[in-house]
Ligand binder design. Structure first.
Ligand code: COA
Length: 221
């Protein structure tokens, strides 16, 4: 499955990196960690997926955060978010130094609800809503597995938001019926690897390219 179209769009220069572009996994501990806020399964009608409800979260420093599914009307928020990212953070997310085009940002906000989910994290800064993170997965409808990717604003990294957001994505993936969730990150990305490990993902260097690390978790277990 190619996740690039929805998770990490690829240009000609980027093609051929293979799994370095997107894979991720779930975590065993995540089930317990986030069960309380997850509630009952949301998929009520075969073939029709009901999106997860918005949830609130208070950061350790007291900042109020809302996590909810992305909407097509979030394009301006998403564009401002992507433009706010440092070069390093953008590189860690896309595994490329290029910036997504406006059309790609539209794709990020206009997801296919049958096979994709994107959760965004929002907070309020001086009266204005600001996007501070996003985590998404794309389902391979043939295998029932999905690949994920995520990124936070630089000033929100290392504050627990990644654990909360990925936990929310895992809960949603379980409701979605995803089998295994997987992801790929640079082997030097200590933050993503620590987060994946914390949430129970299996972590292993890619046998074809040790510069990238694969993360995998059985979501339904
Ligand atoms: C990777 C990323 C999502 C992690 O989210 P985060 O909010 O920074 O992580 P958290 O604060 O929730 O930390 C989760 C755990 O990882 C640990 N951790 C976080 N950053 C770390 C780092 N740089 N080195 C080692 N451990 C780290 C934390 O200590 C925490 O473990 P603990 O609870 O046992 O202390 C975030 O840093 C990010 O967006 N980075 C840039 C984009 C990126 O790398 N995306 C991944 C590609 S899919």
């Amino acid at each position: 499955m190619k996740i690039e179209s929805s998770i990490a769009p690829v240009t000609g220069a980027d093609r051929g990196r293979g799994p370095a572009y997107a894979k991720a996994l779930p975590a065993a501990g995540a089930n317990k960690l986030y069960a309380a806020s997850r509630g009952p399964a949301k998929v009520t009608t075969p073939g029709v997926r009901q999106e997860p409800a918005a949830v609130g979260w208070t950061a350790p420093d007291g900042c109020a955060v809302t996590i909810r599914p992305i909407r097509p009307t979030d394009l301006d928020l998403e564009e401002a978010f992507v433009n706010s990212l440092s070069a390093t953070t953008g590189y860690q997310r896309l595994m490329s130094s290029r910036k997504p085009s406006l059309e790609e940002l539209r794709q990020f906000t206009r997801i296919d609800p049958q096979r994709e989910l994107a959760l965004i994290a929002l907070t309020t800064v001086q009266g204005s809503e600001r996007q501070i993170g996003v985590a998404r997965f794309v389902l391979d409808s043939q295998t029932g597995d999905a690949e994920f990717a995520m990124v936070l604003r630089d000033d929100w990294q290392g504050r627990g938001l990644g654990a909360k957001l990925l936990g929310s994505l895992l809960a949603a993936a379980r409701d979605f019926g995803v089998g295994r969730l997987s992801g790929v990150t640079f082997s030097t990305n200590a933050g993503m690897i620590a987060l994946g490990r914390k949430l129970g993902f299996s972590i292993a260097a890619d046998p074809r390219d040790a510069t990238v690390t694969n993360m995998t978790l059985g979501v339904q277990a």
